[in-house]
Write a protein that binds this ligand. Structure first.
Ligand SMILES: Cc1cc2nc3c(=O)[nH]c(=O)nc-3n(C[C@H](O)[C@H](O)[C@H](O)COP(=O)(O)OP(=O)(O)OC[C@H]3O[C@@H](n4cnc5c(N)ncnc54)[C@H](O)[C@@H]3O)c2cc1C
Ligand code: FES
Ligand code: FES
Length: 486
């Protein structure tokens, strides 16, 4: 056994019963089977739909119920097309078939379903199961939610025919009962089932002739595995990696899934620094940053969708080193550092030195990024973040930017960082423009000259999102916006 005391059987609650799946020798299922494909292989869970298979449309939304620190169940919506089966180990999997209640042989619709009918919130119905599941999560988590909260819950669900107004109306109509429903009645029973699975928490290790999938519970186990399997792909939320399989049809042969390592999910601070464990999901990071790092909060508000932020992590965003990452420009401007660990060593490196090129980093094959360290911006430091995309929500950036500026005597620029995504093969600083502005007055004349330098500083590509020239214009205009904003 590669991890001591591990199991190859995943257990979860579905339809109020514990389901056990042995994934080492199952005739159809593999550890990289998505929840969507698993559910669609069952006779009675075909409500879940595949629209895009890449986390964008929400037709496959299901809800995961998980025991929280108060021994209650927290409900999270996820896009089941890009979540692998072992992730539901120890959780409750809730699908659209579970939402209505059957009592004395009669079907009683859930308040969310009833409201969708009353507001005419469904036409062809393809998107409806996913929308119901997103609204169910909203119902369980909020009472009388604001329009902003309702829209955020629905950002990850596309509808081609009904339009969103009736769906938003349904949410406002239904979410008024403090989350009370038949799930509330059953919660003690489900908690017992979840406790019985989780009482003996085990790492998962599934080894077949063609595939190895490990889900360690501790960083130590993960680092030993990374030493033994240097070419294994690390996954956390897998929102980047799952698409290799669902869209590019790649077969993932060796995987180390670090998403159940609790010791990587922390946040702490001291007088000078914020410390983030890299296993923090982005929705948690968003909540933490609201008061601590507002520019980070602002960018996370428009990052992917709630379903994506419920699984994707800060570690995965850094690890993917995407040229259009929304977090990297900001992490550059915060002068962030990351901590990397292997089973023998530990090192801390500036994030700007860690990112090397197109989706390439300075990581060693036996390392895991364990921590992101953000120095607390001193008084007088101004940082802003921007994202230009074709659609405000749930869209990848055409150009993203984060800027940092500090003044002497309120007008001379004594420190400046202009970091961009989408302008080069990797996140890059506009160093020529920064050097031009350094020690100059922060006035319109200098900003206009800097904009011209900035226009010529990058040679971006043309692609489906924008022509190269549009990117260059957007890039210089973002500097103007920064000037206007401050
Ligand atoms: C629908 C959709 C919308 C998206 N929207 C956005 C968006 O708005 N902005 C944006 O920037 N990105 C977006 N993304 C991209 C992706 O979700 C993010 O990059 C996310 O943060 C990745 O995190 P993850 O935990 O899912 O990474 P994973 O897919 O698990 O991993 C990504 C990479 O990082 C590596 N990795 C993960 N954790 C570690 C670690 N601790 N140490 C070392 N390496 C590690 C993995 O090996 C892999 O190479 C979107 C993706 C989807 C599918
Ligand atoms: S099928 Fe589109 S988000 Fe999953
Ligand atoms: S009702 Fe047809 S896609 Fe939404």
């Amino acid at each position: 056994m590669i991890i001591q005391n591990s199991t190859n059987i995943i257990k979860f609650v579905l339809d109020d019963k514990i389901v056990e799946l042995n994934l080492s020798n199952h005739p159809q299922l593999k550890p990289t089977t998505t929840i969507l494909n698993y559910l669609r292989s069952l006779p009675n869970h075909k409500g879940v739909k595949e629209g895009c298979a890449e986390g964008d449309c929400g037709a496959c939304t299901v809800v995961l119920g998980e025991l929280n620190e108060n021994n209650k169940i927290s409900y999270k919506s996820v896009t089941s097309c890009i979540v692998f089966l072992p992730v539901i180990h120890g959780k409750q999997l809730i699908t659209v078939e579970n939402i209505a209640q059957i009592k004395d042989g009669k079907t009683i619709l859930h308040p969310i379903q009833q409201a969708i009918i009353e507001t005419n919130g469904s036409q062809c119905g393809y998107c409806t199961p996913g929308i119901i599941m997103s609204l169910f999560t909203l119902y369980k988590n909020f009472n009388n939610p604001s329009l902003e909260i309702v829209e955020d819950a629905l950002t990850g669900n596309l509808c081609r025919c009904t339009g969103y107004k009736p769906v938003i109306d349904a949410a406002s109509k239904a979410c008024t009962k403090n989350g009370i429903d038949h799930f509330t009645e059953k919660e003690p029973e489900i908690i017992k089932l979840l406790e019985s699975i989780n009482s003996n928490k085990q790492a998962i290790s599934i080894v077949s002739k063609y595939q190895k999938y490990f889900r360690p519970l501790t960083l130590k186990q993960a680092l030993i595995l990374k030493e033994k399997y240097p070419s294994a792909i690390l996954i956390n939320g897998a929102s980047d990696i799952a698409i290799k399989q669902t869209k590019n049809k790649e077969f993932l042969t060796e995987i180390i899934d670090i998403s159940s390592i609790d010791e990587l999910k922390y946040f702490s601070e001291d007088n000078n620094y914020f410390y983030f464990g890299t296993g923090l999901i982005l929705e948690k990071l968003k909540a933490i940053s609201k008061n601590n790092l507002p520019p980070l909060y602002n960018i996370l508000k428009i990052f992917g969708s709630l379903q994506i932020r419920n699984t994707a992590t800060i570690g995965g965003n850094i690890g993917s080193a995407s040229p259009i990452s929304d977090l990297l420009p900001l992490l550059f401007t915060y002068k962030s550092m990351i901590k990397l660990k292997s089973s023998k060593n530990e090192r801390t490196i500036k994030i700007s030195e860690f990112i090397k090129g197109y989706r390439s980093t300075d990581i060693h094959t036996n390392e895991i990024i364990t921590e992101v360290i953000i120095p607390k911006p001193q008084k007088g430091v101004i940082i802003n973040s921007y994202k230009i995309s074709k659609r405000k929500d749930l869209d990848i950036s055409t150009v993203s930017a984060a800027f940092r500026i500090e003044f002497e005597n309120n007008k001379i620029i004594k420190n400046i960082i202009l970091a961009f995504g989408g302008m080069a093969e990797t996140t890059k600083r506009a160093t020529k423009t920064e050097n031009f502005l350094l020690n100059k007055n922060w006035n319109m004349q200098n900003v206009e000259q800097a904009m011209n330098i900035l226009y010529n500083e990058f040679e971006p590509i043309s692609d489906a999102r924008a022509e190269a020239d549009s990117r260059k214009i957007a890039c210089k205009n973002l500097l103007l916006k920064f000037w206007l904003d401050i």
